[in-house]
Design a protein around this ligand. Structure first.
Ligand code: ARG
Length: 262
């Protein structure tokens, strides 16, 4: 439920630090649930995916900025405590690239309800093999269809954080359906949030995926449509994932990026 989001993010951070349990070893495992209900991503498949040390995901917006969720950070201001990991699907890979943060920008007005986006600024620019930026959408043109989700969060409700990046696809769910009495009964902020998932459940983001991108193909490659924000449990029937609707915030996100120096 909404009010548990911050608590869950904090729990995810603790769990991440304590237990980095590997996903099942064989790439041949046919239908083991991942993200929830997904499969393992390939190296370089999603070169914009970022793992943040507080137990959240993110997307590389520019060489020095990672777009994540407001509920993953505590406040706007100098912050040198976050480590971001890039260029790897295996968080323990010897070829992973890491950067420290030097500043956090949390969406102005964030109070735990909506406005769930933030930037982490890196102490130095990141680049390299299997590292690339993800452009955000700037209109509602791509706010429908089939979305890809990915992250190192739990592969089932209450499950452990993952060592290997997991991915899945989920269909768009309209605001009216998502806010219907059988789903979220009006809890979704229609203008600011976008839902995705199966009515039957089974595929979803989960704790520790927060802040990561939801994306789809645009005119020339992947574009970011959402930011993992919240849901009632994970992958439950009639409880789609709820994502920050990037198109609604795109102007604010762009001007924040400019003010942060890129
Ligand atoms: N708030 C969660 C986190 O901190 C993400 C929850 C996403 N839940 C969902 N059912 N899609 O990681």
């Amino acid at each position: 439920m909404r009010r548990w989001r911050t608590l869950l993010a904090m729990l995810a951070a603790v769990v991440t630090a304590a237990t980095m349990s590997p996903a099942p070893a064989s790439a041949a495992d046919p239908v083991v649930p991942y993200v929830v209900g997904g499969s393992r991503a390939a190296l370089g498949e999603f070169p914009f995916m970022v793992r943040l040390s507080m137990g959240c995901g993110g997307a590389l917006y520019s060489p020095t900025l990672v777009l994540t969720a407001a509920h993953c950070v505590s406040r706007t201001g100098a912050n040198t405590s976050i480590t971001a990991t890039f260029g790897a699907i295996d968080l323990q890979s010897s070829t992973r690239v890491t950067r420290k943060s030097n500043y956090v920008y949390r969406a102005p007005g964030y109070n735990g309800n909506g406005d769930d986006w933030a930037f982490i600024r890196l102490a130095s620019p990141v680049s390299g093999a299997n590292i690339a930026t993800l452009p955000i959408v700037t209109s509602t043109a791509y706010d429908s269809g089939t979305f890809t989700i990915a992250g190192w969060g739990a592969n089932r409700e209450g499950g452990a954080q993952q060592r290997y990046l997991l991915k899945a696809t989920v269909p768009f769910v309209s605001d009216s359906t998502c806010n219907s009495s059988s789903m979220y009964g009006g809890q979704v902020i229609a203008a600011e949030e976008i839902c995705a998932g199966l009515t039957s459940g089974g595929v979803d983001t989960c704790q520790g995926d927060s802040g990561g991108p939801m994306f789809r193909q645009g005119a020339s490659g992947w574009v970011q449509v959402g930011i993992v924000s919240w849901g009632d449990g994970c992958a439950r029937p009639n409880k789609p994932g709820v994502y920050t609707q990037v198109s609604y915030f795109s102007s604010a996100i762009r001007s924040a990026a400019t003010s942060l120096g890129g």
